[in-house]
Design a protein around this ligand. Structure first.
Ligand code: GLA
Length: 384
């Protein structure tokens, strides 16, 4: 080969290498997905809020607003690759502002119920608003689900990520201590919606953060969720009184309508004549997860037979509230004008047990200055 030819060959080699490297970069970019921001309207106080669109490498898409940290829509493929929105919600911010049953929201400072809105901490009595019969529910009259969170794009480990921060003041909704809560939503390249929570306080307080998405794997607003098959990784649940406050007992699920240790249709036993089912008007109960050790463990696997969609829930939390949408009654008109009727969505709210501040035998929800509250919950989607 002449020198000139050698020169040309090595130049070609370099060019090929460069192209390959560029290709890799592109692939990396693709694996990261994208995050876009658009205005979503203004709250009653005139605060502007945004709607963020997270798209992963496979085209899964989550729309999340910094109003209440609400997951507004979540599009995942069925067994034929057809994307459909699998969470209940509204097209417009105004519909969220009018009030709704926590569709897609981040719930805090204390998710679930506290009996009679009262608890003692370090010998001091605290009183919360009673907004659910005689009890306090989901953080009060203006819980974290109605707060405007500070939003910024985060360095996602494995996909586009949105970081939301909310500073809850000492005394807000009756809770002690200035609490800073940070939640990162990531739409990963493993087709997961990952939720990482963290919080710190400057005074002893109680914290129980959760996510309140209503899922329907057949598509939001298409039908009820009774044919979904569900496995819960729980051998016990916390039975409740007629106001849905745990009695303190951890009851075995074996031989009861609460046994989801093997995949069972949600609707198979939901109308059984059983006291706990009567109290919940169906399922509205906290299950004691087998993992519960602070590491990420499988909590639930739900499959939808007509579309083949599968959702797995992994969490670091000791419990999950399984709520079968028993209070949905068709008064909420959702996205695209679809009517959300009785049991058109189900929630799997990974959390500490309800009423923990009044139940010394339950895992503690107390957070002290210098400690860091952490929880991670992952919703993984696939189809078969
Ligand atoms: C939680 C509760 C339910 C109900 C819903 C919202 O899941 O456990 O009883 O209040 O929130 O409607």
């Amino acid at each position: 080969m002449s020198d000139r030819m050698k020169g040309v060959a090595s130049l070609a080699c370099c060019a090929a290498l460069l192209l390959m490297l560029l290709g890799c970069e592109e692939q990396k970019e693709e694996a990261k997905g994208t995050l876009a921001k658009a205005p979503f309207g203004k709250t009653a106080e005139g605060t502007a809020v945004d709607l963020y669109t997270l798209t992963n490498a496979h085209g899964l898409e989550a729309k999340i607003t910094n109003y209440g940290g609400i997951v507004v829509s979540l599009k995942v493929p069925d067994r034929n690759g057809r994307l459909d929105d699998v969470v209940l919600g509204f097209d417009q911010l105004d519909d969220y502002l009018k009030g709704h049953p926590y569709f897609g929201a981040l719930v805090g400072r204390y998710g679930n119920r506290i009996a009679k809105g009262k608890f003692m901490l370090n010998g001091k009595a605290y009183t919360l608003a009673t907004n659910n019969g005689p009890n306090a529910l989901h953080g009060g009259l203006k819980g974290f689900d109605k707060a405007v969170w500070q939003a910024k794009e985060a360095e996602g480990k494995d996909g586009p990520a949105l970081e939301l921060t909310y500073a809850s003041k000492d005394g807000e909704e009756g809770y002690p201590g200035n609490l800073t809560a940070k939640v990162v939503y990531t739409l990963t390249s493993k087709d997961e919606l990952r939720v990482d929570y963290a919080a710190t306080t400057d005074q002893d307080t109680v914290v129980n953060l959760t996510q309140h998405s209503y899922f329907n794997l057949a598509g939001a607003g298409s039908q009820d969720i009774l044919e979904h098959r569900m496995m819960l990784n729980a051998e016990k649940f916390t039975p409740v009184d007629s106001t849905l406050i745990p009695t303190g007992e951890l009851r075995g699920v074996k031989g009861t309508p609460f046994d989801f240790t093997s995949p069972t249709a949600i609707g198979a036993r939901i109308s059984q004549d059983e006291e706990q089912i009567r109290f919940g008007k169906g399922y509205d109960h906290n299950f004691v997860l087998k993992g519960a050790g602070g590491s990420l463990e499988l909590a639930a696997r739900v499959t939808e037979p007509t579309t083949g969609r599968i959702m797995e829930v992994y969490t670091t939390e000791p419990g999950v509230q399984f709520y079968a949408g028993n209070f949905l009654d068709g008064t909420n008109i959702g996205k695209g004008g679809k009517v959300y009727k009785f049991r058109y969505g189900f929630c799997l709210e990974a959390q500490h047990f309800p009423d923990s501040p009044n139940q010394p035998a339950f895992p503690s929800t107390v957070l002290k200055p210098g400690q860091k509250y952490k929880q991670t919950t992952v919703y993984r989607f696939s189809a078969k």
